[in-house]
Design a protein around this ligand. Structure first.
Ligand SMILES: [Ca+2]
Ligand SMILES: [Ca+2]
Length: 163
């Protein structure tokens, strides 16, 4: 009798899990690898500078970048809630093998000035902070969200500790 009860319990749990899993799969964020300033490590970022900054979304054996919606690729500060916090939209994107590993990558250009709301002005010179890239797959590939982070070194000589 106890064994029979256990069997029904297991069947019930398996049934429940299979019913829930499609919903869970929808919320699963695909982790991706990004490289701020491709070819440079560390990644110095002067909060006062203008121009453009490149961020590569690296293709891997698991991620074919052709399935990613390039216009969805925004930069965020991981410490701010998304989508409530500030995010930086891409200027333009190109498909190239940025790290020369034979797998296609997406290189996205952003306006450096647009990153100011993410970096804040009150961070000391030399401060290391994470910048995240969010986006999603194209509609025909389920639109699953993707997310990756890299570190910038904030160059901010104007910072005054007494303020
Ligand atoms: Ca880099
Ligand atoms: Ca590559």
């Amino acid at each position: 009798m106890g064994k029979k009860l256990l069997t029904s319990f297991v069947i019930a749990v398996v049934f429940l899990l299979s019913a829930i899993s499609p919903a869970l799969a929808n919320d699963t964020v695909i982790p991706v690898v990004i490289d701020i300033k491709p070819g440079s490590d560390p990644n110095p970022f002067n909060v006062k500078s203008k121009g453009k900054i490149a961020v590569a979304l690296l293709g891997t054996a698991e991620l074919d970048v052709m399935t990613v919606d390039p216009e969805s690729l925004v930069l965020v500060n991981p410490e701010y809630a998304f989508p409530a916090g500030p995010s930086v939209s891409p200027l333009r994107c190109s498909l190239e093998d940025s790290n020369e590993d034979g797998i296609l990558d997406i290189v996205v250009l952003y306006n450096k000035e647009d990153l100011r709301p993410l970096t804040v002005t009150k961070v000391p010179h030399g401060y290391e902070m994470a910048i995240g890239m969010r986006g999603n797959l194209k509609a025909e590939y389920t639109r699953d969200p993707i997310y990756g982070e890299d570190i910038i070194v904030v160059l901010n000589k104007m910072y005054d500790e007494e303020e």
